[in-house]
Design a protein around this ligand. Structure first.
Ligand code: GDP
Length: 692
């Protein structure tokens, strides 16, 4: 018969994981009593261990949902807190400490909390029971306790003692039953005394005649009756009890037997009273089983309804789409790897070359600015340059050592800027940025954990390869540091390239000037400021304190913008002049490379780029494209535990909701099938009994 209770408790535990609801649960035994009525002692006598929080500072502040699981074939006794994941705890003093901490975590200001602590104790010595221990009623509020404490405890207990739960009302024998808070509370919700078991503790403290009359109470009759107990630890066993590891229930029973059998007239078999913890345990098992069995049908109907709702939600909201945390992760990972593959196919040597060339173009512009364009324009062009007089372009003497040295030094500077590092950094950054962009567009975008793992995977590989790749590249471009041979077609391409680069640069300068015009409120105003700044520079106007507070009717900011605009205007003139030079006839031939340094440096940078990309492709790109998906598999696939996968999936609220509907549905289906099984056992049991 007890199989039934076990299975029902199992079902109750599953229902607990689905969520708290009054209809969606099976009844439990709710333990209420005043502080010091002996409530903890009764529960501990049933369990056989001291495990409940003790202390003067109102230590029970949360309900404890205690599930006792009888494990007849096992030796070990242990407790588990399913919500905490601490595993099996065999040391009961550890359980006691954990419970105390969990209770004391409820702040004093809040007094009590209705968030239950779930604790399962498995042992061959406990019956299958489901009990809920509640904070003890207090008579008077202590001076250091909040005034509303009394009411809050009472409200919390009221919430739990509703039908169909069984009420275990604890009262001490040495206190008049009429004053028992537990019995008064139970009468409010169970006026006919149909689902209340009265437990009278401390029977040893009253005269047996009085004790027996309490148990035979006619004033407050209870259909399930009263049980008298002496659940205090016998003094000689107290040291063992304290250790928390030795089961004490038989010592208590022995002590009780000694006491009750010493008064056979009042407590003997013919006295018509129920006494002893053992009797109480039996009664609890019987009553719980009956009550649970009686609720089975109602609970089953409620579950059926709940299941229909979950099924409906699954259909409407999620189109019956199956999903598990594992499948979600696997699909997301596949999709991500697929998008990465597409990227890998689209990012090869040509793309890397273009990127690197852009980087080097900037370096070439910087070099030109530093080594050629910093001189007054006339140093390169003896005659003033007009766009319509290309014939007057500078004619640097090809035999002049000065121009030779200048170009050689510039070329040498370009080949020694650390092409290896520059190229490796540029490509690494581009790869990392692409990966980040892919993450942004993937389902992983809403998963901080996965985002981090992917970024780490990419940077891990790139960092690993960084030094060897940049060294390799640097080695390969080494020959260019000594000699550079240029062919005519290369020169022609270089001329075309650099003209484009210069045009882009000119556009950037013009755009920046336009922005300044907009900032200061129009072209005319900017010109006025520029004219003023120009005059100051030439010394035609003197301004005190460098125009720190503004000058000539212009604010300091305006003057600053004027200076910037002057700079841009000079740079634009210079670039225009150099574009004209590059396009001029003399620059068409590489013979005149000394006065077309732009073209020559472009040819050099193209050579550096091609060589660098050749090695980058092998050392970095191919390597990255090969290793990255594998690294993802490790970090987001095989390498993750079940819990991690679950946590990952639930980072996305939409997926979390989807998974929860499925889980709810599966659990409800599981519970229903278990219930069906129970009904079958019930029927078999009844048939067996009717045959007997
Ligand atoms: P709770 O506050 O209701 O949980 O009460 P406890 O179980 O902590 O018991 C309060 C006090 O009463 C403790 O000192 C217990 O040792 C004592 N006590 C509990 N049950 C009995 C009993 O049956 N007989 C005697 N003499 N003392 C008991």
């Amino acid at each position: 018969m007890m199989v039934l209770t076990k299975k029902m408790i199992e079902i109750r535990s599953i229902l607990q994981t689905i969520g708290q609801s009054n209809t969606l649960t099976l009844p439990s035994i709710v333990v209420i009593g005043s502080q010091s009525s002996g409530k903890s002692s009764v529960l501990e006598a049933i369990v056989g261990h001291e495990f409940l929080p003790k202390g003067s500072n109102m230590v029970t502040r949360r309900p404890i949902e205690l599930t006792l699981v009888n494990t007849p074939d096992a030796h070990a006794e242990y407790g588990e807190f399913p919500a905490l994941g601490l595993g099996k705890i065999t040391d009961f003093s550890h359980i006691q400490r954990t419970l105390t901490e969990l209770n004391l975590a409820v702040p004093d200001s809040q007094c009590v909390s209705d968030d239950p602590i779930q604790l399962t104790i498995s042992s061959p010595h406990v019956p299958d029971l489901s009990l809920i221990d509640l904070p003890g009623y207090i008579q008077v509020v202590g001076h250091d306790q909040p005034a509303e404490l009394k009411q809050k405890i009472s409200d919390l207990c009221d919430k739990y003692i509703q039908a169909p739960n069984v009420i275990l009302a604890i009262s001490a024998a040495d206190v008049d039953l009429a004053n028992s808070t537990a019995l008064r509370a139970s009468r409010r919700v169970d006026p006919r005394g149909e689902r209340t078991i009265g437990v009278v503790t401390k029977m040893d403290l009253v005269d047996p005649i009085r004790g027996a009359s309490i148990l035979n109470d006619r004033k407050y009759p209870l259909r399930l009756g009263y049980v008298g107990v002496v659940s205090r630890v016998p003094p000689h066993s107290a040291t063992l009890w304290k250790k928390g590891s030795v089961n004490i229930s038989s010592a208590i029973t022995k002590n009780e037997n000694t006491y009750f059998s010493a008064h056979p007239l009042e407590y003997g078999p013919d006295a018509g009273v129920n006494v002893g913890t053992r009797t109480l345990r039996k009664k609890l098992m019987q009553v719980l089983e009956q009550t649970m069995a009686a609720s089975l049908q109602g609970t089953s109907t409620a579950i059926q309804q709940e299941l229909e709702e979950a099924t409906y939600e699954f259909k409407v909201q999620y189109n019956d789409r199956p999903l598990s945390a594992e499948s979600y992760l696997a699909e997301s990972l596949d999709a991500f790897k697929h998008s990465f593959k597409e990227f890998a196919e689209s990012f090869g040597r040509p793309e890397a070359r273009e990127m690197l060339k852009d980087e080097l173009d900037q370096k070439v512009l910087d070099l030109l600015a530093a080594r050629y364009w910093n001189k007054p324009v006339t140093s390169l062009s003896p005659a003033p340059v007009e766009p319509d007089s290309l014939a007057d372009l500078p004619n640097a003497d090809p035999d002049s050592l000065y121009w030779h040295r200048k170009l050689d030094a510039s070329t040498s500077a370009l080949t020694k800027i650390g092409v290896g590092r520059l190229a490796t950094t540029a490509i690494s950054n581009a790869l990392q940025a692409h990966v980040d962009r892919l993450v942004e567009q993937s389902t992983f975008a809403s998963h901080p954990f996965a985002r981090h793992a992917i970024t780490e995977a990419a940077s891990g590989i790139l960092n690993d390869r960084f030094y060897s790749t940049s060294d390799q590249v640097e080695n390969c471009i080494k020959p260019y540091k000594f000699e550079i041979d240029v062919e005519e077609p290369e020169w022609a391409r270089g001329r075309e390239n650099i003209a484009g680069v210069l045009k882009n640069e000119l556009k950037a300068v013009e755009d920046a000037t336009k922005m300044l015009e907009k900032d200061v409120g129009g072209r005319r105003r900017l010109r006025d400021v520029m004219t003023f700044v120009e005059k100051c520079r030439k010394g035609e106007i003197t301004v005190e304190g460098d125009g720190e507070t503004g000058a000539g009717g212009f604010s300091r900011e305006l003057l600053q913008k004027g200076k910037e605009a002057s700079f841009l205007s000079e740079r634009a003139a210079l670039i225009r002049m150099r574009i004209a030079a590059v396009k001029s006839k003399p620059c068409a031939s590489m013979k005149n490379k000394y006065y077309c340094p732009e073209v020559f440096l472009d040819v050099v940078s193209t050579k550096l780029t091609s060589t660098a990309v050749l090695f980058l492709n092998v050392e970095l790109l191919s390597e990255f494209f090969y290793a990255f998906p594998r690294e993802l598999d490790v970090r987001l696939g095989r390498g993750l535990s079940k819990d991690e996968v679950e946590r990952f999936a639930k980072e996305d609220p939409k997926i979390k909701a989807h998974l929860e509907v499925i889980r709810r549905k599966e659990l409800l289906e599981l519970v229903l099938s278990k219930m069906q099984g129970l009904r079958d056992i019930n029927v078999q049991e009844k048939t067996r009994r009717s045959r007997e």
